[in-house]
Structures are given as structure tokens and as C-alpha cells.
Design a protein around this ligand. Structure first.
Ligand SMILES: *Cc1c(COP(=O)(O)O)cnc(C)c1O
Length: 231
């Protein structure tokens, strides 16, 4: 067994245990393998061990891998900050985008989504930590953005994504993830039901699952420490 296959099994076990403790079914929780900064060969290895969903944070690097691995039946998720001049690349090559936080970006993705592909599956990134440096729409502005995204024909709004402030305090992690769940419930009450909560990473996936995560984004625990912040 390769190291990546071994780590995949360990992460899947963590998901199963966290689901059990939350009285949930592990099959409700998707695992997104975050492969940013790692070579395509790592993705092939993870795929050989049964992994199908992969996440990338940098448009050009991600598209290179999508194209290099075009022969494999993988699902590609863009999870990084979106610059306007990268919307076409992202809309043409990815299946999902988790980091929409402005109407202008949503409109550009919608306009650039090729007609021969299914609608781009979208999560809106919400800033639940209140840190000024974080990306994501403020909770107060979420409903308006969700309504705008819902109206775009080439996008399909699926859920919310959040990257809470990193803290070793599990209760503090849960409070932040809980806020995302409440926002999802409030949108449902306002007539915008969503099926995806993209939350939880290597260090806090248990807390995210306890608060209702349906998709955890895991890099380090699968592929090891990233050497570079940016490729
Ligand atoms: C890099 C990244 C991850 C993975 O984080 P790890 O701590 O390595 O698991 C998850 N989500 C986003 C948005 C990321 O940029």
C-alpha cells in the first residue's frame, strides 16, 4: 500500500468516526482531496486508491492538472480566491467552484461557462470569523448574493463554504461551523434550499462534521505538508 492510500484510509476512518459520534451516516459526507502544490502523480495515486473528488486553489496550476489527467473520471473543485481575469479558465475546466463571494465574479463565471457542459456547481464562501483579511461574503450580505447567484442560468447554487479562523479549541471551531449551518437554515427558510456545506479541513474536520458538514476539504492529512504557499 502506498503512503497516499494509507493516509486516505486514515482520513476516511476519521470521517466515519466523526459521523458516528454525530449520529450521521458517513456516506452523507464527501471527501475532497486538496491537491494544490502537489504533482499530478499524487492525484493518480489517490485515484488508484479510490478517490474521485479533487480540489485546487490556483487557477493555472489546477487547469494544468485537469488537462494532464483528462483521461481519468475525476471531479474537479476550485476552492481558491478567484481573480476576475481567471474566471474563464475556471468556468471552462472545473465542475465546482466553492469560493464565490461577489456578484461580479458569479456573473463572469456564468457568462464563461461553455454551453456543452452542465451548469457550474457553486458554493458561496461566507466569512464567519469576521477577520478582515479573510475572503468570503459577510453574513449580512449573504441572502442577496445567494438570490443573485440563483438567478444565473449557467450556475447552480449548491451550498456554502467557510474557512473559519484556525484554533485548537474544538468548541470555538464548532461555534464557527455552527454559524454556517444556521445561515444555511435561514436561507432555506427564505426559499433558497441548499444541499452542501463545504467545511472542515485536516485539523478541524471532526468539528465540521459535528455541525453538519457535507463535504470536507483535506490536503495535508492526505498528501503531507505543502512546501510552498503558492506555486
Ligand atoms: C489548502 C486548503 C484546504 C486544505 O487544507 P489542509 O489543512 O491542508 O487540509 C482546504 N480548503 C481550502 C480552501 C484550502 O485552500
Amino acid at each position: 500500500m502506498t503512503i497516499i492510500a494509507f493516509q486516505l484510509q486514515a482520513v476516511r476512518s476519521r470521517i466515519e468516526r466523526a459521523a458516528r459520534e454525530a449520529h450521521r451516516t458517513a456516506s452523507e459526507i464527501a471527501l475532497l482531496a486538496v491537491s494544490k502544490t502537489f504533482p499530478a502523480s499524487y492525484i493518480e495515486e489517490a485515484h488508484a486508491a479510490g478517490q474521485r473528488l479533487f480540489g485546487e486553489s490556483y487557477a493555472q496550476e489546477g487547469v494544468k492538472k485537469v488537462m494532464a489527467l483528462g483521461g481519468l473520471p475525476l471531479e474537479w473543485h476550485f476552492i481558491g480566491p478567484i481573480q476576475s481575469n481567471k474566471t474563464r479558465l475556471i468556468a471552462e475546466h472545473f465542475d465546482w467552484v466553492h469560493s464565490v463571494d461577489r456578484e461580479k465574479i458569479a456573473e463572469r463565471l456564468d457568462a464563461a461557462r461553455p454551453p456543452d457542459r452542465p451548469p457550474l456547481q457553486v458554493c458561496i464562501e461566507v466569512n464567519v470569523s469576521g477577520e478582515a483579511t479573510k475572503h468570503g461574503v459577510a453574513p449580512e450580505a449573504l441572502a442577496d448574493l445567494a438570490r443573485a447567484v440563483s438567478g444565473l442560468p449557467r450556475l447552480r447554487l449548491r451550498g456554502l463554504m467557510a474557512i473559519p479562523e484556525a484554533t485548537p479549541d474544538v468548541q470555538a471551531q464548532r461555534r464557527q461551523f455552527g454559524r454556517v449551518r444556521v445561515l444555511r437554515d435561514e436561507l432555506a427558510a427564505a426559499g433558497i434550499p441548499l444541499d452542501t456545506l463545504s467545511m472542515g479541513m485536516s485539523d478541524d474536520l471532526e468539528a465540521a462534521i459535528a455541525e453538519g458538514s457535507t463535504l470536507v476539504r483535506v490536503g495535508t492529512a492526505l498528501f503531507g505538508q505543502r512546501e510552498r504557499i503558492q506555486p
